[in-house]
Design a protein around this ligand. Structure first.
Ligand code: PLP
Length: 383
């Protein structure tokens, strides 16, 4: 796979490429500018060529395929019967908090956070409390466990939405961190809804650890959401996986889902099946390319961007840039859009801690990343 090959997306329905004016190079919403693995494309071709698209059921072997994939990648082997499907991970955690947040209790998550973490409890009219990650002098983020536990008690938290690997900071939480989080949640009977959509994209030989894989007791109070969507660039098709080991939790989740959310459509499931069956060699190459992009970004920032700081993301294809040292006259997202013609995500959308930050998506061809960085550096020089 030639990840350097630039493929025009402007003439497609891509939100990433349509949102900003044509002269803006978009490095924002979290999909990549690469074609999916050829096996995924072929599977879709074959299914389309059949020409009949009546109501479907998930492929009978899919749960087994998902479980085998999770076992190969993450050394965790849930039962196929514990696997179910939702269109999106966002759908999954919206359903989960409605199903599991007890009346009079709150939802908790770390910040800075992926914006739908805020809107999910808001739209369900559930109170929520945020636990800011601590930012060290070197820009590395860590968990404030004392405050986390105190908030669980004082705010009567019944659901914790974990994001691991974390968007936008790129943290890949360690076994020790996950164990401490899980212990606190178990101690206070807090259910964990774990958004692990970025699970496959980790760097420097790191290993993603599903929190439910820590031990059966943790699995028993966890709902895990995973998807092939980010990894294999099929996010617009919408197929995601919910793994629920506890039958009572599964029953409540399905009850909430019934009639409101249909399963992923048959093309989405076709793509997901091919990705989970045949995608891993392609993934190895992708990870090498993305890590190269990440390192290129880090080197360029260190060289050409005094005043911008980035702690290298441990996972995800997202970079969280601290632009507070630039002393810009406007919000950095606005500055780079107007003066560099580069479209980034604004940090404030990730919570108040994001003020002065932008999120940059480096899941693109190196040449486009380089061009964006050149435009941004030039805009800073001439301001
Ligand atoms: C942490 C996280 N969760 C969920 C999603 C999106 O999930 P979906 O498109 O499957 O609803 C994203 C996309 O950026 C994400 O970063």
């Amino acid at each position: 796979m030639d990840f350097d090959k630039i493929i025009d997306r402007r003439n497609t329905e891509s939100i990433k490429w349509k949102y900003f004016p044509e002269d803006v190079l978009p490095l924002w919403v979290a999909d990549m500018d690469f074609q999916s693995p050829p096996e995924v494309i072929n599977a879709l071709h074959q299914r389309i060529d059949h020409g009949i698209f009546g109501y479907g059921i998930p492929p009978v072997d899919l749960a087994e395929i998902v479980v085998n994939y999770i076992s190969r990648q993450f050394h965790w082997k849930p039962l196929p019967s514990q696997v179910s499907y939702v269109p999106g991970v966002v759908t999954g955690f919206n359903l989960a908090i409605r199903a599991f947040c007890e009346p009079g209790t709150s939802v908790l998550f770390h910040t800075p956070a992926y914006p739908p973490f805020f809107s999910a409890p808001q739209s369900a009219k559930l109170p929520f409390v945020t636990n800011p990650l601590l930012r060290g002098a070197d820009g590395a983020y860590s968990i404030d466990f004392e405050r986390f536990e105190a908030q669980i008690v004082s705010e009567r938290v019944s659901v914790f939405i974990l994001c691991n690997p974390q968007n936008p900071t790129g943290r890949v939480f360690t076994r020790e961190e996950l164990t401490r989080l899980a212990e606190i949640c178990l101690r206070h009977k807090v259910l964990i809804c774990s958004d692990e959509i970025h699970c496959d994209i980790v760097y420097d030989g790191r290993q993603h650890i599903p929190i439910a894989s820590l031990d059966p007791e943790v699995a028993n109070s966890t709902l895990t959401l995973m998807a092939p969507s980010k990894t294999y660039n099929i996010a617009g098709l919408y197929a995601s996986v919910a793994v629920i080991s506890n039958p009572e939790l599964a029953r409540r989740f399905y009850e909430f889902k019934a009639g409101l959310v249909s399963g992923p459509d048959l093309l989405a499931l076709t793509a997901a099946r091919a990705a989970y069956l045949y995608g891993e060699d392609w993934l190895q190459d992708l990870l090498v390319y993305l890590q190269g992009n990440r390192d290129f970004l880090a080197d360029t920032l260190a060289k050409d961007f005094p005043g911008v700081e980035m702690h290298k993301p441990e996972g995800t294809f997202l970079a969280w840039l601290d632009c507070r040292g630039l002393d810009l006259p406007t919000e950095p997202q606005k500055f780079f859009q107007e003066h560099a013609k580069v479209g980034l995500n604004s940090g404030v959308d990730y919570g108040p801690e994001g003020l002065g930050f932008v999120r940059l998506n480096f899941g693109t061809q190196r040449a486009l990343l380089q061009e964006a960085l050149e435009r941004m550096a030039a805009a800073l020089k001439t301001r």
